[in-house]
Design a protein around this ligand. Structure first.
Ligand SMILES: NC(=O)c1ccc[n+]([C@@H]2O[C@H](COP(=O)([O-])OP(=O)(O)OC[C@H]3O[C@@H](n4cnc5c(N)ncnc54)[C@H](O)[C@@H]3O)[C@@H](O)[C@H]2O)c1
Length: 322
């Protein structure tokens, strides 16, 4: 599918930078905006730094970092956009004001998507008086230029046509979008992550495991399988020939007891300090930039290999496949 959208990227922090780089690599013209001092220089530097990775994934013909334009003025950035990806700070009142300003300046047919990690689109579109029907959440995962998932969520005023446009757009730029069927704080994937963080924080709080042990447990244990199968298909395979039904029959009751025993920690300043200290301890002797580069290189390998495994759930399509 070719991409014919003119894209505005609003907010160029961690997420906006990832989106801008991905859109440029897919051969789009991108106009970015951010009011912070030095934002343009930081964005251009980050795009250059990520470009070699995108080249390995395959950039579109004619794609270039030179097709990035920058303006500090939001209204100018969105005035000629057909798709807006908003990435401002995760504060509802600020986002609502941002959406009202985008609503005033963007052409009527423009889709306005928010990267919000957990805000509900009905709340985001509340101050969009002209065209609330084109507002969706299009929630990506960091690093945005590599992780395929985007959660697309409609608000009460969003039309199915806007959701369809967003789904088609994300697919065309090589993402793997899913349509979330009801708006709910945290959408789907962040709620699933929160379920795990909740117990991880609790285990650290209770002294059951150190931060490094939790990271080891997941990254060398179930996390390896989750990236290939998801948590539920993984359970099915753990059930042997009897599959999920057998698994739930014999391991369901103990799992229910574990679920009933899960902690409900409160993220107090003391607990936050314990978690930060645990991560600092885990990072001793580690070059953090190199660690992130190793993560990205392995992610690329994994994504490429997954394309050749047609039976894995949610396998990403080869470029050109629909
Ligand atoms: N960091 C993550 O892992 C992650 C993942 C997925 C989604 N998100 C979501 O993406 C959004 C951005 O998060 P982030 O991590 O990039 O935050 P960030 O703090 O790195 O970036 C936010 C950017 O918004 C800019 N900004 C502030 N006011 C603005 C305005 N009026 N107009 C335009 N830009 C403005 C800031 O200058 C900053 O550059 C949030 O909604 C967040 O929930 C974050």
């Amino acid at each position: 599918m070719s991409v014919a959208e003119r894209v505005a990227v609003v907010g160029t922090g961690v997420i906006g930078t990832g989106w801008a780089t991905l859109f440029l690599a897919r051969g789009l013209d991108v106009v970015a905006t951010d009011p912070a001092d030095g934002a343009e220089a930081r964005l251009r530097e980050a795009v250059e730094e990520m470009w070699p990775t995108l080249t390995r994934l395959g950039v579109a013909e004619g794609a270039s970092p030179d097709r990035l334009a920058f303006t500090p003025h939001l209204d100018v950035a969105v005035a000629s956009a057909s798709f807006v990806q908003e990435n401002g700070p995760e504060q509802e009142d600020l986002k609502q004001r941002l959406f009202a300003a985008i609503d005033d300046a963007a052409p009527p047919g423009t889709v306005v998507a928010s990267s919000s990690s957990g805000l509900m689109p009905s709340r985001l579109q509340a101050m969009s008086r002209r065209h609330p029907e084109r507002v969706v959440v299009g929630h990506p995962f960091n690093p945005v230029h590599l992780i395929p998932l985007v959660e697309v969520v409609a608000g009460r005023a969003t039309t199915p046509a806007a959701v369809d446009r967003a789904m088609a757009f994300y697919t065309a730029v090589g993402k793997h979008p899913i349509r979330v069927r009801q708006e709910i704080p945290g959408h789907v994937a962040n709620r699933l992550q929160a379920a795990l963080w909740r117990e991880a924080y609790s285990l650290v709080d209770r002294g059951v495991a150190a931060v490094r042990d939790i990271d080891t447990a997941i990254s060398n244990g179930p996390g390896l399988r989750w990236a290939l199968l998801g948590p539920l298909m993984n359970q099915h395979l753990s059930g042997g020939p009897g599959g999920m039904a057998h698994l739930l029959e014999h391991l369901g009751p103990p799992a229910q007891a574990w679920m009933d025993d899960l902690g409900t920690p409160t993220l107090t300043p003391e607990l936050a300090a314990k978690l930060v200290a645990g991560v600092d301890e885990e990072l001793e002797g580690v070059d953090e930039r190199r660690m992130a580069a190793q993560r990205d290189a392995l992610l690329l390998d994994l994504l490429e290999r997954k394309r050749d495994c047609p039976d894995l759930p949610g396998r990403p399509p080869h470029r050109g496949e629909s």
